[in-house]
Design a protein around this ligand. Structure first.
Ligand code: SF4
Length: 397
């Protein structure tokens, strides 16, 4: 199956694996490197550029229009603005063009690694959007999460980003943290709203194996009650709606026109190339598509890319059944857009309701809603999304 029209665009994810220190709940591919030197940053950027150009050549992607670039981590703002500028220039130069609007270029930031000057540098380097990891406005919750920054520093970083020219700022919060009450959570949501960012992401804490939190909270009695966690989410849904934000994805809200274009590519199952330690890539061809991922080790990554331009650790080719399931589950995450029945049928030869017989029960339980063959999750379906997806998976045609 060829890639045509708007589907031809591509997104690039660049993973920067360095952090000031390792947060105890984090299972992202990151290492503590508080004194990262400019030379180390430059050497890592060289590897990213080399890997990207070898993927583009291998896959024949140079004529694809670049839609998005996303610097994720880790903490990309540990790199110097000059390094980010060089990376943006290399990525843009590697593709045919990027349409009239120019690509959306996002950089994730930790409040403790930025200043007005650095933020101005990132903006001038070409970043169009910044996503600041605030996590909480409560000092004791920030302490539990092992964050290096204070709530006050997060507010300052937001204001500095505005002054530096960012007119598209996202703030992230975490809920369901040990010791967090519903009231603490509501105060953090109010703290975010007071700053009026364009984009807000709210993530429920998950305790991942291999993290310090996994060892500390194996006894789940020390975690907030499940009903309280659901209430935190629901209260945020109401508050952000009243404040005029669009709840466009299960964990994401935006002012109209400020939805994350890059992350929407993942939910719409569009092509992206991920470079860097542990990064994942997806291409929707041939047939049902394939994905691959890099080694999680920084040393192996640098060695692999220096020697052969690649540090791929694993690869999988999707079966039709996997592609059907992925399109459905990721598409339903987009709460306003949902699944378009005709588009789904054009790709897979049957309507979503035919592919997932459980849909009828989910519709009558009020967890999903339909308009003709189009499907969306309802508000209740979004709250119970894990259960909805499990039920669909258990009955696939
Ligand atoms: S700053 Fe982010 S990526 Fe780095 S350790 Fe903390 S949670 Fe993980």
């Amino acid at each position: 199956m060829g890639v045509q029209g708007e589907e031809r665009t591509i997104g690039v994810y660049l993973h920067v694996p360095f952090c000031l220190r390792k947060c105890p709940y984090c299972d992202f591919k990151s290492v503590a490197r508080p004194g990262l030197s400019e030379a180390e940053g430059e050497a890592y950027a060289d590897a990213l550029i080399k890997e990207l150009s070898s993927v583009i050549e291998r896959e024949g992607l140079s004529n694809r229009p670049l839609e998005t670039v996303y610097f994720g981590g880790g903490t990309p703002t540990l790199l110097a603005p000059s390094v980010i500028k060089r990376l943006i220039g290399s990525v843009r130069g590697a593709f045919a063009g990027c349409g009239t609007k120019g690509p959306e270029i996002t950089i994730e930031a930790n409040p403790d690694t930025v200043s007005f000057e650095r933020l101005k540098g990132f903006r001038e380097a070409g970043a169009t959007r910044i996503s600041i990891g605030v996590q909480s406005f409560d000092e004791s919750i920030l302490g539990t999460l092992g964050r290096t920054h204070t709530a006050r520093r997060a507010v300052e970083a937001f204001k500095e980003a505005r002054e530096a020219g960012f007119d598209n700022i996202g703030l992230d919060l975490i809920f369901g943290v040990p010791g967090q009450s519903i009231r603490d959570w509501e105060e953090s949501v109010a703290g975010v709203l007071a700053l009026q960012p364009e984009h807000i992401s709210l993530y429920g804490l998950t305790i991942e194996e291999g993290t310090e939190f996994f060892r500390a909270y194996k006894d789940t009695k020390r975690l907030p009650d499940e009903d309280d966690v659901a209430q935190m989410y629901e209260s945020a849904v109401r508050t952000l709606k009243d404040a005029g934000y669009r709840h466009y994805e299960i964990s994401n809200w935006a002012r109209p026109g400020y939805e994350s274009v890059h992350n929407s590519r993942y939910w719409r199952v569009k092509d992206y190339i991920g470079c860097g330690v542990g990064a994942h890539s997806f291409l929707s061809f041939p047939e049902w598509g394939r994905r691959w991922w890099n080694t999680p080790s920084l040393e192996e990554y640098i060695e692999g890319v220096s020697a052969k331009g690649s540090a791929v650790k694993g690869m999988e080719t999707l079966t039709r059944e996997e592609a059907v399931l992925e399109s459905m589950v990721l598409g339903l995450r987009m709460l306003e857009e949902g699944i378009k029945g005709e588009g789904f049928r054009a790709r897979f030869g049957l309507y979503p309701k035919e592919a997932f017989p459980a849909t009828e029960a989910l519709l009558s339980d009020g967890l999903m809603a339909s308009s003709g063959e189009d499907l969306i999750l309802t508000h209740r379906g979004a709250v119970l999304s894990d259960a909805v997806f499990l039920k669909m998976l258990s009955q696939m045609a």
